[in-house]
Write a protein that binds this ligand. Sequence first.
Ligand code: GAR
Length: 195
Amino acid sequence: MKRIAIFASGTGSNAQQIIEHFQGNDNIRISLIVSNRSKAGVIQLAHTHNLPHLVLNREDFYHTENILKEFAVYPIDFIALAGFLWLIPDYLVQAYAGRMVNIHPALLPAYGGKGMYGKHVHQAVWEAKEKVSGITIHLVNEHFDEGQILFQAECALTSEDLPEDIARKVLQLEHRHYAKVIEDQLSRCSKLGYQ
Ligand code: GAR
């Protein structure tokens, strides 16, 4: 059994999709929801699905490695970031090298980096009059949006699309692909003999 922790800061529509995708799977389980905001929609989602959750304390997260001890209890094998807005500290990146993925709502390396999240990304894509946008799923390293790219998918944009239309098209792609890419990366990890 492989156990996944989902990190999210907001609504958690991707988290919901991932939870539903793995429901009834005997080999992969969503074991924990982690957020930096106690009022995030994703915490409500954890309640709805009867999943344990953890609300991070900034001080603890960046200045201790306590979370690794909490993860060892389950134990957590894999981390999926789904709209999680804090930078991942080095100790956690190293502990989960190759076993932590993020989804970004644009075609990296364009429209990535600090401050490029959620609607800010779609606003920038709209202002640049891009004809395509899309999603990037990548491994997590110490920098925002810079780890090895595992998967990208594109959507066409028209001159009529407003930032909220771009957001809707991109979110559809996220929901269609993220859980499957997580599953593929988990099986790659198993083949490589990661814990
Ligand atoms: C998603 O679009 C995700 O790609 C984005 O936040 C949204 C979360 O939506 N992440 C980033 O911008 C990270 N840089 P959700 O809470 O409904 O899943």
